[in-house]
Ligand binder design. Structure first.
Ligand code: A3P
Length: 346
């Protein structure tokens, strides 16, 4: 009798235990998926915003996200904007360069973060005198609508190399965060050349070979007057910026790694921007046809970058590549030293 009761009790405990484990697993899975789908996170960052998750229930956030999409497309009225607390905010972080470093990929990937809103176009406010003369309100009006607890990011790669820009940005916000994405300097110079070459070909114009532009035919040395070479001397440009901003306000993104392994690079940026980690491997998938990572926003929306990103580079004489790499080497060493980020370029 006693034995029978013990068996019955054990069986009951087993059923109850399985039920508890099952419920727990279900809850864990549910919370995990909600977290991934949650469109706008509460940002407890130094960028301000004290809204808690309780103030923004998930359903309301999804509804607001739909509206935000409409606002971004311009299908909105002033009343709607006011009603939903949408504002056009000056950027709290700017991708200042480097041209062909992967600036578009970085901006688009950061835009996967629910607390980030990107300015889609390059605004060229600080590098273009005509735009700059229009004033800061003009610049702010170019920004997308966002919620106050989100941050706006813009990218204009010409900022990095334009003389007047550091002072102008400093005058707008001396504590702004600055992102610089770099690639191995010779590869970046060839990528820069490839873009110009494609532009010429589109207009049925002929263009010089890269070797002819990058090497001075009289001295057989690297032609430092060639813009694609000058832009790749990162340390020279950075030194100008350091007259206005301390190095702590910069974050260096490894553009070569962003191509092959984007997630860890993005996680470093999230940390630098004091954002809660929200970009995950789910948001990035490798597209074999494109040969690059593409973006997944949710189960419905995904996109790859335009075809103008990831062009096939022309073949360059290996001796010219060696010469350029030797030329950039001391500048690279200085760049690592200043930034504290070693990139192991040849
Ligand atoms: P290439 O065209 O030389 O391959 P930018 O946006 O600053 O003009 O940089 C363009 C570069 O971004 C491209 O240079 C490409 O290599 C790089 N890139 C990085 N991640 C990419 C991605 N996921 N899709 C397409 N291009 C990417």
């Amino acid at each position: 009798m006693l034995f029978k009761q013990q068996v019955w009790l054990r069986q009951k405990l087993l059923v109850l235990g399985s039920l508890a484990v099952g419920s727990l697993l279900y809850l864990v899975a549910r919370v995990g998926s909600l977290d991934r789908l949650q469109p706008i996170c509460p940002v407890e960052s130094r960028f301000g915003g004290t809204h808690s998750q309780a103030e923004f229930p998930l359903r309301a956030l999804q509804f607001k996200r739909g509206l935000l999409h409409e606002f971004r497309k311009g299908n909105s009225s002033k009343e709607q904007v006011r009603l939903h607390d949408l504002v056009q905010q000056l950027p709290k972080a700017i991708i200042i360069g480097v041209r062909k470093g992967g600036t578009r990929a970085l901006l688009e990937m950061l835009n996967l973060h629910p607390a980030v809103v990107k300015a889609s176009q390059e605004i060229h406010f600080f590098d273009n005198d005509e735009n700059y003369a229009k004033g800061i309100e003009w610049y702010r009006k170019k920004m997308p609508f966002s919620y106050p607890q989100q941050i706006t990011i813009e990218k204009s790669p010409a900022y990095f190399i334009t003389e007047e820009v550091p002072e102008r940005i400093y005058k707008m916000n001396s504590s702004i965060k600055l992102l610089i994405i770099v690639r191995e300097p010779t590869t970046r110079a060839i990528s820069d050349y490839t873009q110009v070459l494609e532009g010429k070909e589109r207009k049925n114009k002929t263009y010089y070979k890269f070797e002819k532009l990058a090497i001075d035919p009289n001295t057989c040395e690297v032609n430092t007057k060639y813009k694609a070479v000058r832009t790749s001397i990162y340390t020279k440009h950075l030194e100008r910026w350091l007259k206005y901003f301390p190095i702590e306000q910069f974050h260096i993104v490894d553009g070569d790694r962003l191509i092959t392994e984007p997630l860890p690079e993005l996680q470093l940026v999230e940390k630098f921007l004091n954002l809660p980690p929200r970009i995950s491997q789910y948001n990035l998938y490798f597209n074999a046809t494109r040969g690059f990572y593409c973006l997944r926003f949710n189960i419905i929306f995904n996109k790859c970058l335009a075809g103008s990103k990831g062009r096939i580079h022309p073949e360059v004489d290996p001796s010219v590549i060696t010469k350029l790499r030797k030329f950039f080497h001391p500048f690279n060493q200085k760049f690592y030293q200043i930034t504290g980020r070693t990139l192991n370029w040849p």
